[in-house]
Design a protein around this ligand. Structure first.
Ligand SMILES: O=C(CO)[C@H](O)[C@H](O)COP(=O)(O)O
Ligand SMILES: [Fe+2]
Length: 216
């Protein structure tokens, strides 16, 4: 399977979201990544449901929603309501992670579990086969444009080994500081999906950058 690219809208020009979404529609991107922050779990606030609803009206790509919020189980219905394809919750925010994953799937969405840089992959032993995707954060969540944490590649290798050992179909997504250089490293380590914000939206030709990331 060739890898997927999920541009993160967080680094787009919020003054012209329509143009950014239409650019992604016309590009080789596979998914559109949406970062929801609550100012509690992470020290930043991004955008919420009214914006997501607007994005869904324009986007032709499956929506990959990354929830950086406490108690994400409370918002499963809302995320379903905006037509999300993938709902990613942080391991660190879910007391009842298995129940959360079950409810996401019962609501017809794919379930992703996200790990902060300090959270070991070994904690996923008993749930990795029950989730559709694991999202490895390669920066501390909350902001775009941060530097890739090199240790992330080791975590991806450990996770890949776990998935193969369990004969699971779980995908690996990587988010934070991804560019042409770090993207190559994480793909070699076993990643299936690359999220990129700054690397795409800070270049003069974002569509060409998406194409380059796609051919890594
Ligand atoms: O989850 C995120 C931040 O918490 C973003 O998806 C991520 O940071 C993407 O931005 P960049 O590619 O610029 O690092
Ligand atoms: Fe993200």
């Amino acid at each position: 399977m060739t890898h997927k690219i999920a541009p993160s809208l967080l680094s787009a020009d919020f003054g012209n979201l329509q143009a950014a979404i239409e650019m992604v529609n016309q590009s080789e991107a596979d998914w559109l990544h949406l970062d929801i922050m609550d100012g509690v779990f992470v020290p930043n606030i991004s955008f919420g449901f009214p914006v997501l609803k607007y994005v869904k009206e324009i986007s032709t790509k499956p929506l990959d929603v990354h929830l950086m919020i406490t108690d994400p189980i409370k918002f499963i219905k809302e995320i379903k309501g905006i037509g999300a394809y993938m709902m990613n919750v942080h391991y660190e925010t879910c007391v009842h992670l298995h129940r959360t994953v079950e409810q996401i799937r019962e609501n017809g969405m794919k379930a992703g579990v996200t790990l902060n840089p300090h959270t070991p992959v070994s904690l996923l032993e008993d749930i990795v086969s029950d989730v559709d995707m694991v999202l490895i954060m390669s920066v501390n969540p909350g902001f775009g444009g941060q530097k890739f944490i090199e240790h992330s590649t080791e975590k991806i290798s450990v996770l890949k080994e776990m998935i193969l050992r369990k004969n699971a179909n779980t995908l690996i997504e990587v988010d934070g500081g991804i560019n042409l250089d770090t993207g190559k490293k994480v793909l070699t380590a076993g990643a299936d999906i690359l999220v990129a914000g700054n690397a795409i939206f800070s270049t003069p030709d974002p569509m060409q950058m998406i194409a380059k990331l796609k051919t890594l």
